[in-house]
Design a protein around this ligand. Sequence first.
Ligand SMILES: Cc1ncc(COP(=O)(O)OP(=O)(O)O)c(N)n1
Ligand code: 3NM
Ligand code: MG
Length: 203
Amino acid sequence: MNFTHGVYLVTEPVDGITDIAVAASRGGLDLIQVRDKTASTAQLVEIAGMIRSRAGVPVIANDDLDAAAKVDGIHVGVTDIPPTRAREALGAEAIIGWSVNDIAQLDDVEQVRACDYLAVSPVWATPTKPDHEAPLGLEGVRAIAGRSPVPVVAIGGIDLERAAEAVAAGADAVAAVSAVTRASDPHQVVRALGAAVSRGRIR
Ligand SMILES: Cc1ncc(COP(=O)(O)OP(=O)(O)O)c(N)n1
Ligand SMILES: Cc1nc(C(=O)O)sc1CCOP(=O)(O)O
Ligand SMILES: [Mg+2]
């Protein structure tokens, strides 16, 4: 996975999410994940398909292998299907991401090698995912990025300042929900996140 802009949007089910994601994509996104924990497979496929046809950015599904098969890939966590099974089902071209809540997950080389990226989950606490694991902080970003053979994404509580910090600590990209989905101008926020990522890369 090539995180050129270093900015990844994870959606949430708010009014107008398709328009928000499309506007955000114009600010420079590498990837969009459609995440709606209450949606059916058909609903996920519909939302992801609409975003995909208008945004010109790869779109993956959260958790749902059947939805993922209709788009560009999947993001899974430790309680979901393992990355190796997702790879078998979706094929070599699919984008597969895996949440890392504990650095010991990197010992499972087979799973890590099945992934296109790992997410440090979370870096900071966030109300967007009330059931998140203990925050790993910038130390967690450094530790995971230092061992990962694939790109590393920082998620959880990302804002402009933290985006630069996470990238300076070794993340290849930042993934944001609320900073973008609840912004008055998602396009400008994504541009600003991209600029923060660039600052982080030269720190
Ligand atoms: C980019 C990214 N990172 C982490 C997660 C969280 O995945 P998971 O732990 O499976 O939790 P749910 O999102 O399924 O509630 C993610 N979705 N995306
Ligand atoms: C989808 C997701 N996964 C997380 C994890 O820790 O695994 S945190 C999160 C939500 C991040 O939302 P926000 O950018 O609004 O903080
Ligand atoms: Mg999951």
